[in-house]
Design a protein around this ligand. Structure first.
Ligand code: NAG
Ligand code: NAG
Ligand code: NAG
Ligand code: NAG
Ligand code: NAG
Ligand code: NAG
Length: 839
């Protein structure tokens, strides 16, 4: 058994043992984005970049209309209504040459690390911002006058506020003038949650127990629990991070393998440390485990929080990815309520038993006031006005019991979403009031390769409205910020800043499309799909809950222009039909009844293929997309299959056919025709290739490609007709009105032109991925968009990068069928056809 498989089985075992087996199947959880928008189909995007990199630290000030951006060696102030309007202001803040030299001498990388990466940027007070940068491994901080927007004349030491390493997990907040940061500041130092810029600076305890074990911080969130608190509670700051798990027995893991777990910790804002014990240390630090889908085998990547009008309704959304033991990529998104976090902190503590060298539940007596809780009215009544008044028994207890026994479980004890082949690197959430009066959480999930998935949370499930490729070159989305006033999402990444509209309702062309999208920002007004924020809500229809009600007409689109297709008997013909939605099923009606079980018809994800046509295949072909019980007409064709080119009658009808001169002429014509046909085929191939190349670039980078074994080109028979025309001008029945499509099989393009070769070259053969847990395999496919949007002009038969997919969406793909057919005919048919057309 391979190591990977063993780990997976262990993971499953752990998951099962701990009761995380999801009640829903993985197919339910694996949502496919309904629509796919590639980079070159994007509209309404604004981009900002200057001559630097790493635009990762964003600070949006809605009321001032400014988006501040901390980048490498610079801070920018952008107009939040249009980041690209050219009015930006810049602070150049580069690391000095001496410090860069030092950095290089420390063995750091002078291409990525020895710069001043601005990692902290927040509002300090009404006039000043506060910023910290890594300054080539000599962190510095500065108060910046926001109006003048220039660097001050002197800087503050940053070594206890900002990590040295630009890639180190780090989070920071300014709360009432105090700077709360968490990271491992320097390589040799221990990770630490610190408070600076405060009369009472505090840090975490390191002895006899480390409160943090090799922690990598992800996020921090202020929850204002003092607001309207009946018990006089304090505001709390929650920290989310990964760390080495000390509490588990090692039985599940190899000796040299460290189990890492996700944690949530918290401290109280009014904590001032202890008097003698825990002096200048937090007295309110507590931590608990955060689990999502497969505990110990998942890595917390991002957190976003939403306070629905009061701290008690705070929810946290968390994105997890699979840990490195897995040889595949997948993400899970979980939601946690503040009450489930509180529940863990109010439960039993864990204790470390030195003798047994392990953590276990502590069942002994707990001193009063409860260790780790904030100072409340109750403790004040007992004379404990601040953490300095706490009795020694409480402080001693805190020192040894930072970890809670209960873990924090996601809402409904299962993830909202598990997605294969995707790495969610960032999350942002918005709460939108829909027309049905309910509020829906809309998640924006940035991926590791430059896409944004937009999803709406409906009950305990999720619907991914769309996936949008916002960066043409693959790069992780590093920050996401939502602006309500601008109705924009700002995206920070290595190459620049993007401003993306929260919704592009106009993309939905019909009422059905608008309703099926289930986008809470959009509704149908009778003529167009519009943003509800800009429209008068009377007469608008929307259906977030079920996504299929409200449109009056019984079909998605009334009528479409018919397209004529004429082919010769024996040809293969592709009738393209582009399903706008990845969730739609293609339905073809032939002469009005559904195409089923017919030998030579193959329904694929983007069209109908009729192979080896016979005259009785002539007729009306209509393509529908069926989704949630609604059918939309997408294409209509009238197909004419001509019997084999009538050789005899043609010859007989030609008075000059017998003439010797004409015969000689014919030979010349035939040569010309053959030449033309070949030229045409080559030209179309090149044209089709060029026209598809851009799209492919966007699409195929989704996974590691393998070279195609066969490429199938649909070549317009117009070329053939042109050739023939010279010969048979008088024959009207051969002048086809609307292009005659036929498929000519051939070898895959050579290396010079192969689009596959354009993709990241030299991809080593991947080791076979470990089989997924049975849970995950069922129908969890990569997106079907690999074959989408080719407009039927050309078929790239790509091998799937995954194991053969059992997905129903794929079962209808042409890939396999066509490969077989083509193998059979490859060497014969092309020749036959040319012969035929040249007669
Ligand atoms: C941002 O741009 C808008 C529209 O172009 C303009 O009205 C506004 O004054 C600008 N704001 C700032 C802060 O420059
Ligand atoms: C980085 O350092 C190397 C020497 O170690 C030097 O050759 C190179 O020019 C430096 N690059 C930059 C951008 O400073
Ligand atoms: C804001 O903070 C800066 C830096 O500490 C200080 O110089 C300035 O006076 C403060 N402004 C206000 C209004 O408090
Ligand atoms: C900055 O951007 C460069 C170029 O994409 C990337 O290689 C590097 O990892 C980034 N650094 C950080 C700290 O994000
Ligand atoms: C706590 O504060 C109250 C009122 O402010 C005061 O009467 C009491 O002496 C204080 N207790 C301690 C232990 O400082
Ligand atoms: C459609 O109807 C036409 C005329 O009625 C018939 O010739 C043809 O074979 C039918 N085609 C199919 C695919 O049933």
């Amino acid at each position: 058994m391979s190591g990977g498989t063993a780990h997976l089985l262990t993971a499953l075992f752990v998951a099962a043992a701990m009761g995380y087996q999801s009640r829903r199947s993985a197919t339910d959880l694996d949502a496919t984005p309904r629509t796919t928008v590639t980079f070159d189909e994007l509209l309404g995007i604004r981009r900002f970049s200057a001559h630097t990199l790493n635009y990762s630290t964003l600070l949006l000030e809605e009321d001032r209309g400014i988006l501040y951006v901390g980048a490498r060696g610079a801070i920018f102030a952008l107009n939040s209504s249009d980041v690209a309007d050219g009015s930006h202001r810049t602070i150049h803040w580069e690391a000095s040459p001496e410090k860069q030299m030092d950095c290089l001498q420390k063995g750091k990388n002078n291409k990525t690390e020895c710069f001043n990466h601005v990692r902290f940027l927040q509002r300090l007070n009404s006039t000043h911002l506060y910023a910290c940068g890594t300054y080539a491994f000599h962190p510095l901080c500065a108060s910046i006058d926001a109006n003048r927007f220039t660097l001050p004349s002197h800087f503050e030491e940053g070594k206890e506020k900002c990590p040295y390493d630009p890639a180190r997990g780090y989070t920071g907040l300014i709360v009432d003038g105090g700077l709360y940061t968490a990271t491992r500041y320097e390589f040799r130092s221990l990770p630490d949650i610190r408070r600076n810029l405060h009369q009472r600076p505090l840090k975490t305890e390191e002895s006899p127990l480390h409160w943090l074990n090799d922690a990598e911080f992800v996020a921090s969130v202020l929850v204002q629990e003092s607001k309207d608190s009946p018990v006089g509670d304090d505001d709390k700051i929650y920290y989310f991070f990964m760390e080495r798990a000390g509490e588990e027995t090692t039985s599940f893991f190899d000796k040299n393998q460290v189990a890492r777990v996700a944690r949530v910790a918290r401290v109280c804002k009014s904590d001032v440390g202890g008097k003698k014990i825990l002096q200048r240390k937090w007295t309110s630090f507590m931590k608990a485990r955060l689990v999502c889908y497969i505990p110990y085998y998942e890595v917390l990547r991002s957190i976003c929080s939403l306070d629905g009008g009061g701290w008690a309704s705070t929810v946290f959304y968390a994105a997890f990815t699979l840990s490195a033991q897995w040889t595949m990529e997948a993400s899970a998104v979980c939601r946690y309520s503040i009450s489930s976090v509180q529940h863990a902190f109010e439960g039993p503590y864990m204790e470390y038993q030195d003798s047994a060298r392990k953590w276990s539940r502590y069942d002994g007596a707990v001193p009063e006031p409860r260790p780790g809780s904030c100072i409340t009215d109750h403790s004040r009544r007992k004379g404990y006005n601040s953490s300095q008044d706490l009795p020694n028994s409480v402080l001693d207890f805190i020192k040894l019991h930072p970890l809670m026994f209960e873990e924090v479980k996601p809402a409904s004890e299962e993830p909202l979403l598990v997605k294969k082949s995707v790495v969610y690197s960032q999350l942002a959430v918005d709460r939108v009031r829909a027309l049905d009066g309910h509020s829906y959480d809309v998640l924006f999930m940035g991926t590791g390769d430059g896409w944004i998935h937009k999803a709406v949370v409906v009950g305990s499930g999720i619907h991914i409205v769309e996936e949008v490729q916002v960066f043409g070159d693959q790069q992780p989305v590093e920050s996401l910020v939502i602006s309500h006033t601008q109705r924009s999402l700002y995206v920070g990444a290595a190459s620049g800043i993007l401003q993306v509209p929260l919704a592009s309702c106009a993309r939905y062309a019909s009422c059905y499309d608008c309703i099926l999208a289930r986008d809470p920002y959009c509704a149908w007004d009778g003529r167009a799909c519009r943003a509800i924020a800009t429209a008068d809500s009377t007469g608008l229809v929307q259906d977030i809950q079920s996504g299929n009600e409200g449109c009056r007409s019984s079909s998605g689109r009334g009528s479409l222009p018919w397209k004529n297709r004429t082919v010769l008997q024996g040809d293969d013909v592709l009738l393209p039909c582009d399903q706008h939605s990845n969730l739609a099923r293609a339905i073809w009606l032939l002469n009005g009844s559904e195409a089923q079980g017919q030998d030579r018809l193959r329904v694929g994800v983007d069209g109908l293929l009729v192979t080896d046509t016979l005259p009785q295949h002539s007729g009306e072909y209509r393509c529908y997309g069926e989704e949630r019980g609604l059918r939309t007409l997408l294409a209509a064709y009238s197909l004419t299959v001509l019997p084999e080119l009538p050789r005899g009658p043609t010859a007989a009808s030609r008075p000059h056919a017998a003439s010797q001169a004409a015969g000689d002429m014919k030979v010349a014509y035939v040569s010309a025709i053959v030449a033309l046909v070949v030229l045409c085929a080559v030209l179309s191939t090149v044209l089709l290739y060029v026209s598809c190349l851009e799209k492919r670039k966007g699409k195929y980078v989704l996974g590691e490609p393998r070279p195609a074994s066969v490429e199938l080109q649909t070549v317009s028979a117009n070329c053939l007709r042109k050739g023939r025309r010279e010969e048979e001008e008088e024959e009207e029945e051969l002048t086809y009105p609307d292009g005659c499509l036929r498929i000519i099989p051939g070898e895959a393009p050579t290396a010079a032109t192969s689009p596959v070769k354009e993709l990241p070259a030299a991809v080593p053969p991947l080791p076979p991925p470990p089989p997924l847990p049975a849970e995950l395999t069922n129908g969890v496919g990569a997106l079907p968009n690999v074959l989408r949007k080719m407009n039927g002009n050309s078929y790239m038969l790509l091998q799937q990068q995954e194991e053969p997919l059992a997905s129903p969406l794929y079962s209808a793909s042409f890939t396999e069928e066509l490969s077989k057919i083509l193998e059979k005919r490859k060497h014969t048919q092309l020749v036959e056809k040319l012969d035929e057309s040249s007669v």
